[in-house]
Design a protein around this ligand. Structure first.
Ligand SMILES: NC(=O)c1ccc[n+]([C@@H]2O[C@H](COP(=O)([O-])OP(=O)(O)OC[C@H]3O[C@@H](n4cnc5c(N)ncnc54)[C@H](OP(=O)(O)O)[C@@H]3O)[C@@H](O)[C@H]2O)c1
Length: 239
């Protein structure tokens, strides 16, 4: 058994996920770098040193969730932290009336159904932690409050697949947090900010160091911290 807290991060081979892993390792965590391609996962883990390990997680292949849970069970017997970070935005910039349904389906498969099923598979291990934490990386673009206000300037970022899938992630946070309200597990949604990554693009104002802060804060909440909320940094966001 390890003395470090054990964390699993999906989509941790690059971007905000990789930086979240880096910051958690600096806080003493042992981190499993979820990635769908082994070479990229191994390379990312190698960059972060001996407290980082690659683990195969393909958000469109639930068999990888089962195998990952079995591996963590064998190695550690529990999981302290799950950061549901992997995400895609294939219809970003497209109109809801025009986006190909396949792209909308892809958004929900990765961002919602993969996330929900991975969480269900990891819950038995999180229940064995002294204080399990689940961080669902959503987006302010999933806010119904902002999207339903015609005066909110979201530029071209008013697509249905991405925004709708992130709204569903937020609903998963709210419903799961309620279900787990009498346990030691906390479930929260994070908005990283608009961050320079392959997904966020070069025009984004934040770098990944700042972009990982909300996930790291929610990952390391104390026992009296919030659950069932939606945050950017330490501020609550409108659902
Ligand atoms: N960047 C922003 O401005 C911003 C703003 C709000 C929310 N977010 C959210 O933050 C999270 C991280 O995004 P990011 O900006 O860091 O984007 P990114 O650099 O594109 O990273 C996305 C990560 O998700 C992984 N991923 C995608 N589909 C996957 C699948 N089917 N199976 C396994 N892994 C998969 C990617 O793996 P591959 O390398 O294999 O593709 C990659 O590791 C996402 O949930 C995103 O929606 C980002």
């Amino acid at each position: 058994m390890s003395e470090s807290k054990i964390a699993l991060i999906s989509g941790a081979n690059k971007g905000i996920g990789l930086e979240t892993a880096r910051q958690l390792i600096a806080k003493g965590y042992e981190v499993y770098i979820g990635a769908r391609r082994e070479a990229e996962g191994q390379a990312a883990a190698a960059k972060l040193g001996p407290k980082a390990h690659y683990i195969h997680l393909d958000m469109s292949n639930p068999d990888t969730f089962i195998a990952a849970a079995q591996k963590l069970e064998q190695l550690h017997g529990l999981l302290d932290l799950l950061v549901n970070n992997a995400g895609i935005g294939p219809d970003n910039g497209m109109k809801p009336s025009e986006a190909p349904i396949e792209l909308i389906r892809d958004s929900f498969n990765t961002n919602v159904f993969g996330l929900v099923e991975l969480t269900q598979r990891m819950l038995p291990l999180l229940r064995k932690s002294a204080g399990g934490r689940i961080v669902n990386v959503a987006s302010i673009l999933g806010s119904l409050t902002l999207n339903s206000d015609p005066n909110t300037d979201l530029g071209d970022w008013r697509s249905f697949g991405y925004n709708g899938s992130k709204a569903a992630v937020n609903m998963f946070t709210a419903t799961l947090a309620f279900e787990l309200r009498n346990t030691k597990i906390k479930v929260n949604s994070a908005h990283p900010g608009w961050v320079k990554t392959d997904l966020g693009g070069d025009a984004a104002p934040l770098d990944v160091t700042e972009g990982a802060q909300t996930s790291v804060w929610l990952a390391t909440l104390p026992e009296d911290g919030p659950t069932g909320g939606f945050f950017f940094k330490q501020d609550r966001l409108p659902w």
